[in-house]
Design a protein around this ligand. Structure first.
Ligand SMILES: C[S@@+](CC[C@H](N)C(=O)[O-])C[C@H]1O[C@@H](n2cnc3c(N)ncnc32)[C@H](O)[C@@H]1O
Length: 215
């Protein structure tokens, strides 16, 4: 896993992270992270009554920091982790000067460097469908829950349906009971552009389910 993602990072990181469009450059790519935050994250946090200000967020599979930058502008501290040292190297460089981000390489199967209950929010986007087997994906979800403080919030986005070429992704939000990894989706070297699901919830409590919010 790590070698593949390092290679992708060296070859064409924006494409391998998200092939939904042909990126004109870093500005457009990072603006998509900002838009992603507003579309996928903001409504969920609002629905759960969470104000990001001063909070500590873990981002699993941060890539080159596309969403990380949007998080850093709102959260107190962001810990951005990835299996790929090359992705992290690029992330550090793109976000040079952003003081409230810590970058860390992880094994790909756990979040061992982090203590139980040490984050307010745990987030992952376009990562779990790339994990080679469902058991590992579920282990990673368990790890995200482990590192959340009681009452903390997780937001998990992953491709869960057949690939759609039109890039018209939709999201569904729900409680912890509706979350989970699924089989299928694009092959590992083909980032998703189709249906994805956002499962969000509070650790230790179950927020109400919300329907499709569209894209
Ligand atoms: C499709 S990219 C998404 C990057 C970022 N979340 C975004 O939306 O811009 C997937 C990222 O997850 C990382 N990744 C893949 N499997 C992982 C794992 N098991 N643990 C941690 N990171 C992983 C890859 O190195 C890559 O940076």
């Amino acid at each position: 896993m790590q070698r593949d993602w390092d290679e992708r990072a060296r070859k064409d990181p924006f494409f391998y992270i998200d092939s939904a469009r042909a990126w004109s450059g870093a500005e457009e790519f990072f603006e998509a992270g900002e838009q992603g935050y507003r579309r996928l994250v903001e409504p969920e946090l609002r629905a759960l009554g969470v104000d990001p200000c001063g909070k500590r967020l873990l981002e699993l599979g941060c890539g080159v920091g596309r969403m990380t930058r949007a998080f850093a502008q709102r959260f107190g501290r962001v810990v951005a982790v990835d299996i790929s040292g090359e992705m992290l190297r690029l992330g550090r460089s793109y976000l040079a000067g952003v003081a409230n981000v810590d970058w860390a390489q992880v094994s790909g199967v756990d979040l061992a460097p982090f203590q139980d209950g040490s984050f307010d929010v745990a987030f992952t986007h376009l990562v779990l469908q790339h994990v080679p087997d469902e058991e590992t994906a579920l282990d990673l979800v368990r790890e995200m829950l482990r590192v959340l403080r009681p009452g903390g919030v997780f937001l998990i986005e992953f491709n869960s349906g057949p690939h759609q070429a039109d890039g018209g992704g939709r999201t569904a939000a729900g409680s912890a009971r509706r979350g989970g990894a699924t089989r299928g989706g694009p092959p590992p070297d083909r980032p998703p552009a189709g249906v994805s699901h956002m499962a969000g919830g509070g650790a230790g409590r179950s927020p109400g389910s919300r329907g499709d919010v569209g894209a």
